[in-house]
Design a protein around this ligand. Sequence first.
Ligand code: SF4
Length: 213
Amino acid sequence: MAYAIKEMHYTIQGEGYHAGAPIVLVRFSGCNLWSGREEDRHQAVCRFCDTDFWGTDGPGGGSYATAEQLAQAIQRLWPPQATPEARKRVLCTGGEPLLQLDTPLLEALHARGFTIHLETNGTLPVPPEVDWVCVSPKAGAPLVQRHGDELKLVFPQAGLDPEELLRLDFSHFYLQPMDGPRYAENLRATARYCLEHPRWRVSLQVHKLLGLP
Ligand code: SF4
């Protein structure tokens, strides 16, 4: 199948457990919870979405006809001078990457030595070949993927109670303050909640502090 990619970068992982790690970020185009068009935002499940995932016009974006071609393009972003000890990581994100991420692409990435990280809204099942599963549930959307490595909740979200999410089978739980006009307030609320409920940790968007995509 062909793959529609919004953008690809070699950057620093900004969020959650692997924050700070160099990684190739691949943003898949399209999402099942919003069209990505501003005129449709009032119909979006997550109206707070701050990600541009529509189209294929970002840096490194485009249409890739085969899994091999896309994996090759990802490989070219990994620094050639990196020593073999440096873990080769690729982050598949979106939009919702599971609309496109399939076995041929996962195999092509593994064949090149990549550890495959995934960020998903949890509405679709994750293929077993994925190495690191981060689920970010969204209020109003069905949660199908109920286990994984990391659960990251954009906070606060009316209709999603962090206490209930702790019942799910994840190794790490992160709260990430919702960006936007109430960010300062959300940051304080996130810190307060984690202090009072220490199974949760704060996730900040480090890449933004670093001025990276
Ligand atoms: S699931 Fe993520 S990318 Fe899709 S609309 Fe919601 S916040 Fe945006």
